[in-house]
Design a protein around this ligand. Structure first.
Ligand SMILES: [Zn+2]
Length: 277
């Protein structure tokens, strides 16, 4: 069964074209050796390894700021202690530009706010560096159904100033809409963050995380276990926002990747065709 799920996942990725690009997922064969999975790293971050089609395969999140056309090297160690390398090429991906107008305090940070934002960024990085034992599928359920109002990867210009690319997908649900866990996991963070507002970060295991921002209410606390479909809280407009919506990010081996890659065709259709109410 698991094999079929993985095969399906691989087909999904390949069906949408090669996803080995900034913000995508690279599927890198490592070899057929041994019964236990090799331990693999990319740039110091542990990466997921699955047996796919009889072969150990790294499923690697490619960070959005990875250079297009570059070659990346996965370093891995087999169960019998052999150190090996596998390389993959990073393709091209163009993302649109999105211009937004927000309160100036989210663009020009004063010293104390900057300090707060940087320490929260560090806290997020540390949380994302955990490689938990839990094994969950990469396939995600939608946290809610609403029109997409912001795609992953868009180059964002806030009040005329270029900022980092969009690290997730925005779903334009009204304030109060229930946000459901897209997959089983445990709550790694549940707190207010400067940019993200009221936020929940879920650890799904093996370096896979989901992050929910700008929430109105938070219904879970750090350390609690959630099952797919459990309520995490509700949609709001806290943090750097223009209107109430859910910002949903997916992290894999410390890289934010496009959540659309982990949804099946029905779910993708559901949010691409639904109309604004
Ligand atoms: Zn967003």
């Amino acid at each position: 069964m698991r094999y079929l799920i993985w095969l399906f996942f691989a087909i999904c990725l390949f069906a949408t074209g090669d996803a080995s690009y900034p913000g995508g997922v690279a599927i890198v064969p490592l070899g057929e050796f041994g019964k236990s999975a090799p331990i693999a790293h990319l740039g110091g971050a542990r990466v997921r390894v699955e047996r796919l089609d009889g072969e150990w395969t790294a499923i690697v999140g490619v960070a959005i700021d990875t250079k297009e056309g570059s070659t990346q090297t996965i370093v891995y160690e087999t169960a019998d202690g052999k150190r090996m390398e596998a390389k993959f090429a990073v393709g091209k991906k163009s993302y649109p530009t999105q211009k937004l107008k927000v309160d100036d305090r989210f663009v020009e940070l004063n010293a104390s706010t900057l300090e707060r934002a940087q320490s929260e960024q560090q806290e997020m990085r540390s949380a994302l560096a955990v490689f938990g034992d839990r094994h969950s599928q990469l396939r995600m359920r939608l946290p809610l159904v609403a029109p997409i109002s912001g795609y992953f990867g868009s180059r964002r210009v806030f009040n005329g100033k270029p900022k980092r690319p969009h690290s997730g997908m925005d779903l334009a649900a009204p304030k109060g809409t229930t946000i459901a866990a897209p997959q089983d996991g445990s709550v790694a963070l549940a707190k207010n963050l400067y940019f993200c507002g009221n936020s929940v970060l879920i650890d799904h295991g093996e370096g896979l995380f989901t992050l929910f921002c700008h929430m109105d209410t938070i219904a879970v606390s750090k350390g609690s276990e959630v099952l797919a479909g459990d309520e995490l809280g509700s949609v709001g407009s806290t943090g750097r926002v223009t209107a109430a919506h859910l910002h949903w990010s997916v992290g894999l081996n410390g890289a934010w990747i496009d959540p659309l890659l982990l949804l099946d065709a029905n779910e993708t259709r559901a949010i691409q065709t639904v109309r604004n109410r």
